[in-house]
Design a protein around this ligand. Structure first.
Ligand SMILES: *Cc1c(COP(=O)(O)O)cnc(C)c1O
Length: 344
């Protein structure tokens, strides 16, 4: 049986043997008592990397975003977000269920929205309207094809938000990728948001976990919601140890994932009916439109599956591939060769 090349997501990575060893020997305690030294170490490390007072370890990226949204808002408030954002599309309607807030999605270009669009979306102070409270940005943008939110636009948005008393949350599940791709430190991106969520279980390759970072008062609220949502964990240091290892050993190497994603994009973009601009592949996600008379996105994904290459559809004519820790240069060659052989 030939090796399966799994490009469906960077969440499919399994802990490496070294990571498992670190996990097995992690010093742990009861984190609900605040007594897990490894969780505390991870939280301090991530707070420092993001230049925030505090960070809190939570089980998932969804919980990171949703505890943050709840901590920023009151029921009935409105949250401005991007139309294709994770918060709007992939979190089960949680903002309405858990925080009682309404989302106001604005359509961006590859997930990127401008301060002018936000200025248009905020509500006047009139009893007819909901109260605009929060602006949520995503960097890198998943459905935008791993696009990097430009720092300058983040600065403009944050300045506008500060001036009018709105808060800014950054869904930085893949902020690691943005930072490695641009050379801009995490802390610099985080400066233009009141709160930041980051995932350890995407490109970094840890099995479980995310963190929310912000000022101490905000994190205190997030801590309460983590408890309320059932996300208080006990000897979670086993997971935190994997996170620390992942940051120390798998952060810089994201550049390899980016290089491989670019190589795949450049290797297939010329095929007639593959609509893809390799310049738009900025990080580890390749998103292309299927314009073939022979294949729908589903049919193409199925054809590749038969060849041992896994990818995902994102709608009727869109296909996504994601490079990660387990994808090698040989895999990249095989993906390109298989495209060239099978595509028509
Ligand atoms: C993966 C992801 C999340 C969190 O997802 P979980 O599956 O809950 O960990 C949040 N935002 C973005 C942009 C993501 O890609």
């Amino acid at each position: 049986m030939t090796r399966v090349v799994d490009l469906r997501s960077d969440t499919i990575t399994r802990p490496t043997p070294e990571m498992r060893e670190i996990m097995a020997s992690a010093v742990v305690g009861d984190d609900v008592f605040g007594e897990d030294p490894t969780v505390n170490r991870l939280q301090e490390k991530v707070a420092k990397l993001l230049g925030k007072e505090k960070a809190l370890f939570v089980p998932s990226g969804t919980m990171a975003n949703q505890t943050a949204i709840n901590a920023h808002t009151q029921p009935g408030d409105e949250v401005i977000c991007e139309y294709h954002s994770h918060i709007f599309n992939y979190e089960g309607g949680a903002p309405a269920m858990l925080s009682g807030v309404q989302l106001h999605p604005v359509l961006g270009k590859r997930g990127i929205i401008t301060v002018e669009q936000i200025q248009e979306a905020v509500r006047p102070a009139d009893h007819h309207y909901p109260v605009t409270r929060l602006i949520a940005l995503e960097n890198t943008h998943n459905r935008g094809g791993g696009s990097i939110f430009p720092l300058d636009e983040m600065k403009r948005i944050y300045a506008f938000a500060r001036e009018h008393g709105y808060r800014v949350h950054l869904d930085g599940a893949r902020l690691w990728n943005a930072s490695i791709a641009t050379g801009i430190p995490l802390e610099e991106y985080a400066r233009y948001a009141d709160s930041v969520a980051v995932c350890l279980s995407k490109g970094l390759g840890a099995p479980v976990g995310s963190l929310v970072a912000g000022d101490a008062e905000f994190i205190d609220k997030v801590h309460r919601y983590r408890k309320v949502y059932g996300g208080g964990m006990r000897q979670a240091g086993i997971l935190a140890a994997a996170g620390i290892y992942a940051i120390d050993n798998h952060f810089e190497r994201l550049a390899e994932d980016h290089r491989r994603a670019k190589a795949i994009a450049e290797g297939i973009a010329h095929l007639p009916g593959v609509e893809l601009n390799p310049k738009e592949v900025e990080t580890n996600i390749i998103l292309f439109t299927v314009r073939s008379p022979h294949y729908t996105a589903d049919a193409w994904v199925e054809r590749m599956r038969e060849k041992g290459i896994l990818m995902l559809t994102m709608g009727p004519d869109r296909v996504r591939m994601v490079t990660h820790l387990h994808i090698t240069d040989e895999d990249v060659d095989r993906v390109i060769d298989t495209f060239k052989r099978e595509w028509k």
